[in-house]
Every structure is written in C-alpha cells, then in structure tokens.
Design a protein around this ligand. Sequence first.
Ligand code: UD1
Length: 284
Amino acid sequence: MVRGDVRDTALVKQTLVDHGIEAVVHFAALKAVGESVLKPLEYYENNVSGMLSLLHAMRESGCRRLVFSSSATVYGEPQQLPIPETHPRSHGNPYGHSKLMCEDMMAAVVRADPAWQMAVLRYFNPAGAHPSGLMGEDPNGTPHNLLPYVSQVAVGRLACLRIHGNDYPTPDGTGVRDYIHVMDLAAGHVAAVLRLLGAPGGFTLNLGSGRGHSVLEVVAAFEAASGRQIAHSFEPRRAGDVAVLCADPSQAQALLGWEARLSLADMCADAWRWQSANPKGYAP
Ligand code: UD1
C-alpha cells in the first residue's frame, strides 16, 4: 500500500510505474454539497486539481485507462424520470460543478488522444456497508446523508431524524431516491475495469437500481433491520432537494451485464451490522 495525496503527481506517477498499473479507479474527492458551498476552493482544489494531477501522472506513466466516480448530481433538477445518461447536465453548487468539470476534462483528453479509455460512473445514492460488519460509513460530524443519520439514531448516537419535507408530490409526501448498495456499486466498478481492459473505447453509465424509495420507506426498512424505533419529526423541505431522483440503469446492464442485486433491506441490515458493532464508529 502507498499512502499519499492524489495531488502529489510525482508520487502517483511513480506508483503507477512501480506496480505496472493498467487501470485507475479514481475515488479521492470531497463529496458534501452543503460543505462545498461554504468551502468552494477546497472542492475545486481537491476534486478538480486532484483529477488534473492524476491525468498528468497517468499520461507520464503510460497508463491510459480511468474509471471515475461521478454523481447523479450532474443531472441537476430532473427533466425526465427515470434519468438516462443523455439527460442534460447542470450544476447548482461547487461539488456538482467539480464533477462536471472532471467529466469534461476526461472528454477533452480523449478527444486529444483517442488511445485513452475513460469510464464515467454516475452514482445515485450509495448506502449500506460491507456484509462482514468490518467496514461501514462513519462521516465526520453530523451526517448529511439519510442512511448514516438513521443508523446513528438507531444506535442512540443521535436523538431524532429530521425528515426534510412531507409535502412532496410522492406517495407518502417524503423525498424518493434511488439507493444502491455499496457492494453493488463496487461490482459495477469491477465490471467497468474489465470492460476497459477487454474492449476499446470508453463509456458513461448510471449506477443505480432503477427503484425509488421514500424517506419513510427507508425508516421502516431500518426499523425492521435493527429492531429499534427511529424517532423522527417532519421539518420543512431542505434547500436544493428534489422530490424524486431515480436512475435508468439499462445502459449499464446492456454494456457491462451489471445490475443492482441487493435490496433496501440488505442495505439496512448491512449498515446496522456495522453500526451496532461500532456504536461510536471508528472512534477509539
Ligand atoms: C446527496 C447529494 C448528492 C450526492 C448524494 C450522495 C444534496 C442536495 N445532494 O443526495 O449530490 O451525490 O447525497 O452522497 O445534498 N433526508 C432527510 N433527513 C436527513 C437527511 C436526508 O429527510 O437528515 C432526505 C432528503 O431530503 C432526501 C433523502 O433523505 O429526500 C436522501 O438525502 P441524502 O442522503 O442527503 O441524499 P441526496 O440529497 O439525494
């Protein structure tokens, strides 16, 4: 293992050369929308300069296959549902902008040198944990995302879930999202790398399940998985949230033979296995 910063171009280049790396999967970035509004320079620095540094290191080392963690956030306000990859892109915050810029940098590099093979994977809402219970999600400070928040209420670290809006035009009034188990997401990356190694060209794909679940459905699924009550209150809508976000994952199925296999119940059971074994997260 090599520990380093993705912006350390020389170290990344040396690592690629020393280990004869044939393909890179790039996860190293900041990812909180609200924080990006408060700290835009940190987001452009880590996410955009990080990508620039990586592309330099790859070019210099001769490694030209890249799989990139992008996000459904690049679709902005959905104009159609489920969302296909051809949906127009937009951004409303520095985090989303940084993902768009990275996608555009990758496209420009391929235009200049078609020997590059680029895979853009647009994640919907990743959730869950490794089924062993050994690895889970432990955000710094108060969680921004729903699943870790619910999980910390279940374990007694947080008192009450605040549900942001119950007046959306959805069956129960709460927001609907396309949650995808982190193990399915991992399998999607393996399939993407194998495709790049086995066939020319690149691709842009949604990684989602194609199924939507409301906040109240998530709460009920977590209660069932944990046997705990999730105290919750209804609050006003959160700025920037949309009613429904759901992927059209058919292109990933067609190109990679990949589809999400694990359910919301699996995500909750695996998240709870880790959280209940680690009530304080990774803190000692
Ligand atoms: C967020 C990001 C998105 C990012 C994704 C995964 C925003 C606006 N979008 O998506 O760019 O790709 O995380 O990291 O931040 N909810 C509550 N109470 C809470 C937390 C969430 O009711 O305490 C609701 C939200 O209103 C939403 C759903 O739960 O309806 C999911 O929220 P969240 O987990 O934050 O994900 P997104 O907002 O979909």
